[in-house]
Design a protein around this ligand. Structure first.
Ligand code: ADP
Ligand code: MG
Length: 268
């Protein structure tokens, strides 16, 4: 089971779009996929066609301490989406309360991780959609994952944001002894600009082959699909957005071989 958080403390850089469409594309390639919505704005939940306010079992229940009367196991909040192989642990605005409810709890960084470890669910992939902050919800997602995809939109201050994000990862490594692998995805790109080339070059220098070759260009079908509550491969399969996310899924799947090779090496 590969657990991947999609993160960046900046909003509007296609974290949610990537969770939904990478998730649906992995599902299309016959992988069983769970998306965990860790954002109180519930955009993944909305973008998969659910009305967040009508849901009474959400990720918030999973983050409640096990003794709380509101606590539920992860398995109990998972719902199937209309896309075969694609499942969702939904959120709604109540999740906003978790930021300060968890803040003084012992082991507060570990609630999501331990609920995933406890629940004997079997998925090939878990994708975690993070909120646009580096608060306790994001830290829970980062602690629960073994890989992170940082989405970057080529922008003047994109690299500055990445530095801040990497500082958080350094703190995690030092204080929580947790060190997931970090990959970068360039999103909402206008490739004709000089700025695009500059940012890609900088990211490449810093992340090397951990920068995905697939670039997600600006494509209106992606925005439209989300507003219709479906992944883009169902809304407009021939669009560049649909094709790009299918390519990204292939790249992510290719890493499966590398990862199982590494596991074998570690065992020997
Ligand atoms: P985040 O989750 O990082 O806040 P979103 O995935 O919600 O970002 O994307 C922000 C906005 O940009 C949304 O309106 C989304 O539909 C739109 N968007 C995302 N990716 C693309 C793209 N490749 N082309 C055009 N619009 C996009
Ligand atoms: Mg989002």
């Amino acid at each position: 089971m590969r657990i991947i958080a999609v993160a960046n403390q900046k909003g509007g850089v296609a974290k949610t779009t990537t969770c939904i469409n990478l998730g649906a594309s992995l599902a299309y390639h016959a992988r069983r996929v769970l998306i965990i919505d860790m954002d109180p704005q519930a955009h993944s939940t909305l973008g998969l066609g659910f009305e967040p306010n009508e849901l009474d079992r959400t990720v918030l229940n999973v983050l409640e301490p096990p003794r709380s009367p509101y606590h539920l196991e992860l398995k109990e909040v998972i719902i199937p989406t209309r896309t075969p192989n694609l499942y969702l642990a939904p959120a709604n605005i109540d999740l906003a309360g978790a930021e300060y409810r968890l803040i003084d709890k012992l082991g507060r960084e570990d609630f999501l991780n331990s609920s995933i470890q406890r629940s004997n669910i079997s998925f090939d992939y878990i994708l975690i959609d993070c909120p646009p902050s580096l608060g306790i919800l994001t830290v829970n997602a980062l602690k629960a994952c073994r890989e992170v995809i940082v989405t970057i939109q080529p922008h003047y201050f994109a690299m500055k944001g990445i530095e801040e994000f990497m500082e958080t990862m350094d703190l995690m490594r030092e204080n929580l002894r947790h060190d997931p692998e970090i990959y970068v995805l360039i999103t909402i790109a206008d490739v004709r600009t000089n700025l695009y080339r500059e940012v890609v070059e900088e990211v490449k220098k810093y992340f090397g082959d951990h920068l995905f070759e697939t670039v997600i260009h600006r494509n209106i079908a992606l925005a439209e699909a989300t507003s219709h509550g479906v992944p883009v491969i169902e809304y407009e399969p021939s669009s560049s957005g649909a094709q790009s996310y299918l390519n990204l899924a292939k790249e992510v799947i290719k890493l499966e071989e590398k990862k199982s090779g590494e596991r074998l090496l570690r065992r020997n």
